[in-house]
Design a protein around this ligand. Structure first.
Ligand SMILES: [Fe+2]
Length: 200
């Protein structure tokens, strides 16, 4: 019998964002990553890849949940989130941990499952709340973390391999993914940001 994976309900994601004081900027970014991840996952699923869409859905939503806490708690936000999710939702925690850009360089930390690779890749092509080309995100990343430029270039090469595999299977171009900017998020913004005034 296959092991039952525990995945948080949307209601629980709302509570986690509240508990971690995840801000609007991070939530909008996460909604965009969530849209890309699910788009890719649903298409790969059709290619007979066995994927847990609910797992990808919630892990992509929560991957940056601790980003605003990393200023007050020591450690990278992916690690903070991992330690807070591991007991209740171990599979979600593992995906969240491996989303860090340089995680791809470590044998232990790199995204290994398709669920991990999809969330990792989706995050790599979302800059702020916009879907961009992988090269654009890299440039932004280097600009932000000049000291780790070489590591980031290496991470990019590996991410590019994942991108190549995904795009080949999906038979789409990077531009097709960028054009998803015009599509609405999967979730209503109001679900996570009830006070935000927006036209949806
Ligand atoms: Fe992110």
């Amino acid at each position: 019998m296959s092991k039952k994976i525990k995945i948080p309900l949307t209601k629980r994601c709302v509570e986690l964002f509240k508990a971690f004081e995840t801000n609007e900027e991070v939530i909008l970014h996460s909604l965009q990553v969530n849209k890309v991840a699910l788009y890719v996952a649903e298409k790969l699923q059709k290619d007979k890849k066995k994927l847990n869409l609910d797992l990808i859905d919630k892990a992509s939503l929560l991957h940056d949940m601790a980003k605003n806490k990393s200023k007050s708690i020591k450690g990278h936000h992916s690690e903070i989130a991992y330690h807070n999710l591991i007991v209740e939702y171990p599979e979600v925690a593992k995906i969240v941990r491996s989303h860090r850009t340089i995680a791809i360089l470590g044998n232990k930390s790199k995204p290994k499952t398709w669920e991990e690779k999809i969330v990792y890749y989706a995050n790599q092509i979302v800059n702020g709340d916009q879907i961009v080309l992988l090269e654009q995100k890299l440039r932004h990343n280097i600009e932000k973390h000049r000291k780790s430029k070489n590591k980031r270039l290496k991470a990019y090469e590996k991410t590019y391999q994942i991108e190549k595999k995904i795009l080949k299977t999906l038979d789409i171009t990077p531009g097709d993914l960028v054009s998803l900017n015009e599509k609405p998020f999967i979730y209503s913004v109001k679900t996570f940001l009830p006070n935000k005034i927006c036209i949806e």
